[in-house]
Design a protein around this ligand. Structure first.
Ligand code: PNS
Length: 166
């Protein structure tokens, strides 16, 4: 087997609107498997995000500081183009329940067609987070529910402020 001198770089793409403890759990697992991990936040205003890309970048960078081989960037256009430009050989995605599978399979196969040299690797979310999604977190906070333990404290505070202002 040929080992590349620079090690294996993985890209972990997503909306991260906002980053949750489920994402952190996946980053923690992946940071021990890959030499470098790039958390890549998609620039896509069509999804009507709650937080701007700059806010999401700032929050993610702050909460991911403890992981020294993890960086956070934003990207637009095709994910495989971004991954290629960063020298990444792996696209990382988390799988929570079987319901994630079909969407993830479609993306993985399309990405493989576009860039056969890049492998999509799935990691299972921790069982404490297998029901967790950024969408549900936003809904619960908007309705006054408690999501502590599901998002980092900084994100919880930002969510409360943003949703209270609405
Ligand atoms: O967190 P999400 O919203 O499920 O992430 C989806 C994401 C960002 C991984 C996906 O939409 C994506 O990769 N978009 C970039 C555009 C692209 O490459 N599309 C073709 C991939 S099938």
């Amino acid at each position: 087997m040929q080992v590349q001198p620079s090690g294996v770089i993985a890209v972990y793409p997503g909306s991260f609107d906002p980053i949750t403890n489920g994402h952190l759990d996946l980053v923690d697992r992946a940071s021990r498997l890959f030499d470098r991990l790039i958390v890549a936040i998609l620039r896509n205003e069509a999804k009507k995000p709650l937080f701007s890309v700059e806010e999401r970048l700032e929050m993610a960078r702050e909460v991911l500081k403890p992981w020294t081989n993890v960086e956070v960037e934003s990207f637009s256009g095709l994910l495989v183009d971004f991954a290629r430009a960063r020298g990444a050989r792996v696209i990382l995605r988390g799988i929570r329940a079987i319901s994630d599978y079909e969407y993830e399979l479609q993306m993985a196969l399309m990405n493989r067609r576009l860039a056969p040299q890049i492998e999509t690797v799935f990691l299972m979310a921790g069982e404490d987070y297998s029901f967790l999604s950024a969408r549900l977190v936003k809904e619960v906070v908007a309705l006054g529910g408690d999501v502590s333990g599901l998002v980092p404290a900084l994100v919880h505070e930002r969510l409360r402020r943003r949703l209270a202002a609405r």
